[in-house]
Design a protein around this ligand. Structure first.
Ligand code: FAD
Ligand code: 2HG
Ligand code: ZN
Length: 507
């Protein structure tokens, strides 16, 4: 069901008003004099610029200017790679005074165009800030530079028998500062909750260069406003996160995972209910992959799933994980669950395969985590990261397919696949449309169609990836005019000159 005429009229009126109030501030380009200023406090290898006397290969800057999908491209001349918080502070102070736009960049794995400039803003890459500052094995509090790679942190605390509260397919490249700035969800949210709960404190450099040191390791601190929350998910629009204090957990004694093949999508909901009842506290992930997503992951060699016979006839798949205290106890519970699912009338699953070794465990996860990479190998992806009721996941995928078919775009030379996968346990569907190329015609068929569809379910147009550059014009589908206005006032308070990540989140 799409939005009613009245709603559509309201949205159109609102969009007009919104455009009217959203002019971007006038910002200055970086000049050779600015580079000379930065060279006073940054080592030579921290400055990559076509304006610098030290020559730079354009390809070196290009990788910072284009995003992971090759969908968004900036025109920056300059990348700065500071090593310390003080250096970040001096850079921002200068850019604030000179009104130069700044785009903070972590691992550049974001999927909404937030990490690359729209024009020629300066790119501030955090990759050189990669030290673990402290780890307390009693409380589990980890304090690290924002540029630490998520996987490196995971490995660091594994030696203390702890695990990070988040995990995602991009772990080998994304940085903890980028994770915090996007409020990344990922594969463990069901168990460990969102970063709004696990981040204990942040060190942030504000747009005028002031260092806000909120790097607490306390679990409880009710001394007034909880300022760190504003920067979690701010996508670099309010300041640069330079340090993160985060609560990690003792590693579970036993982990298992199972892949289930389902005859029909309609079984996912009863399966989720039954799984929660049977596994209760040991359930740590419940991930959904539709048939198209599964086949693409298998085709592009992402991990191992089921044999052809086992997967035959399945409309979709679920990967579930348990994390508990005793392998035998957890396996017993899992086997009892599998029996119940197979014996229900009609059976909720065709088959279920329990991983038998750490290699199989990793391979099953690779299959799920590898869908994004498989999609990018298959073509150019339009990605909609939405929160809607679980029962509607398939309807949304089907309605999008039908919309593209009606527009004559569902064929090998335009849209090759429409697929859905995601974090069922969190009500988060990743709707991916794989095309031969990015074209205006396909985009016009998808937008605002998808946003209106999501809005008709009272869903969110961004469950976990953020707004970035992609959805600034669509934020009103999920946020009221009053909420957007308050966001703009907060932005103005922190960043009166509008230098931080211009054109992202708020137009
Ligand atoms: P970037 O992409 O560099 O930046 C993202 C945004 O944060 C930008 O707006 C940038 O300006 C800002 N930013 C970055 N660092 C800082 C900083 N230090 N201070 C202030 N602002 C900053 N996301 C999920 O939520 N769940 C998933 O399961 C998931 N899986 C993914 C799998 C793959 C294969 C890929 C490619 C992406 C996936 N993502 C997922 C999206 C992405 O990885 C996350 O959003 C991640 O948190 C981004 O981190 P990053 O360091 O790459 O940030
Ligand atoms: C995931 O859950 C990520 O795998 C990426 O959030 C989703 O690529 C996507 O659409
Ligand atoms: Zn996701």
């Amino acid at each position: 069901m799409l939005c009613s005429r009245a709603t559509a009229r309201h949205l159109a009126r609102y969009a007009k008003r919104w455009q009217h109030t959203s002019a971007r501030p006038a910002l200055n380009s970086v000049t050779p004099d600015d580079i000379a200023h930065f060279a006073q406090f940054l080592p030579q290898n921290a400055i990559l610029s076509t304006l610098s006397p030290v020559s730079v290969a354009p390809a070196e800057i290009e990788q910072y200017n284009s995003d992971w999908m090759g969908k968004y491209r900036g025109k920056s001349t300059t990348v700065l790679r500071p090593h310390t918080t003080e250096q970040v502070s001096k850079i921002l102070k200068w850019c604030h005074e000179r009104r130069i736009g700044v785009v903070p960049q972590g691992g550049n794995t974001g999927l909404v165009g937030g990490s690359v400039p729209i024009e020629d803003e300066l790119i501030l890459s955090l990759g050189n800030m990669s030290k673990v500052r402290s780890f307390d094995p009693v409380s589990g509090a980890l304090v690290a530079d924002a540029g630490c790679i998520l996987e490196a942190l995971t490995e660091h605390i594994a030696t203390h028998d702890h695990i990070m509260p988040l995990d995602l397919g991009a772990k080998g490249s994304c940085q903890i500062g980028g994770n915090v700035s996007t409020n990344a969800g990922g594969l463990r949210l069901l168990r460990y909750g969102s970063l709004h709960g696990s981040v204990l404190g942040l060190e942030v450099v504000l747009p005028d260069g002031t260092i806000l040191d909120n790097l607490s390791t306390l679990r409880k601190d009710n001394t007034g406003y909880d300022l760190k929350q504003l920067f979690i998910g701010a996508e670099g629009t309010l300041g640069v996160v330079t340090g993160v204090s985060i609560l990690t957990s003792a590693a579970p004694r036993a982990v298992n995972n199972v892949i289930l093949a389902l005859p029909r999508f309609e079984n996912v909901l009863p399966l989720f209910k039954s799984t929660r009842r049977h596994l209760s506290e040991i359930l740590s992930a419940f991930e959904f992959i539709d048939r198209t997503a599964y086949e693409l992951a298998v085709k592009h060699g992402q991990g191992k799933g089921l044999t052809n016979e086992e997967s035959e006839g399945a409309e979709c798949f679920v990967l579930l994980e348990t994390s508990g205290g005793s392998k035998e106890h957890d396996e017993e519970k899992l086997n009892a669950l599998l029996e119940t699912l197979l014996e229900s009338d009609p059976p909720l699953i065709n088959t279920g395969v329990l991983s038998q070794s750490p290699t199989q465990f990793a391979s099953l996860w690779r299959l799920r985590e590898g869908v994004t990479e498989a999609v990018s190998k298959e073509g150019k992806a339009y990605k909609y990261d939405i929160s809607i009721p679980l029962a509607s996941f398939k309807d949304v995928v089907d309605a999008t397919k039908e919309q593209l078919r009606k527009k004559g775009l569902l064929h090998e030379n335009a849209v090759k696949h429409v697929l859905g996968y995601g974090h069922v346990g969190d009500g988060n569907l990743h709707l991916n449309i794989v095309a031969a190329a990015y074209t205006q015609e396909i985009e016009a068929a998808l937008e605002p169609f998808v946003y209106e569809l999501v809005s008709s379910y009272k869903g969110s147009i961004s469950a976990e990836h953020g707004i970035g550059a992609m959805k600034t014009h669509a934020i009103h589908y999920s946020k009221s005019a009053v909420a957007v206005d308050v966001m703009k006032r907060i932005k103005h308070l922190f960043d009166p000159h509008g230098i931080m990540n211009p054109g992202k989140v708020l137009e």
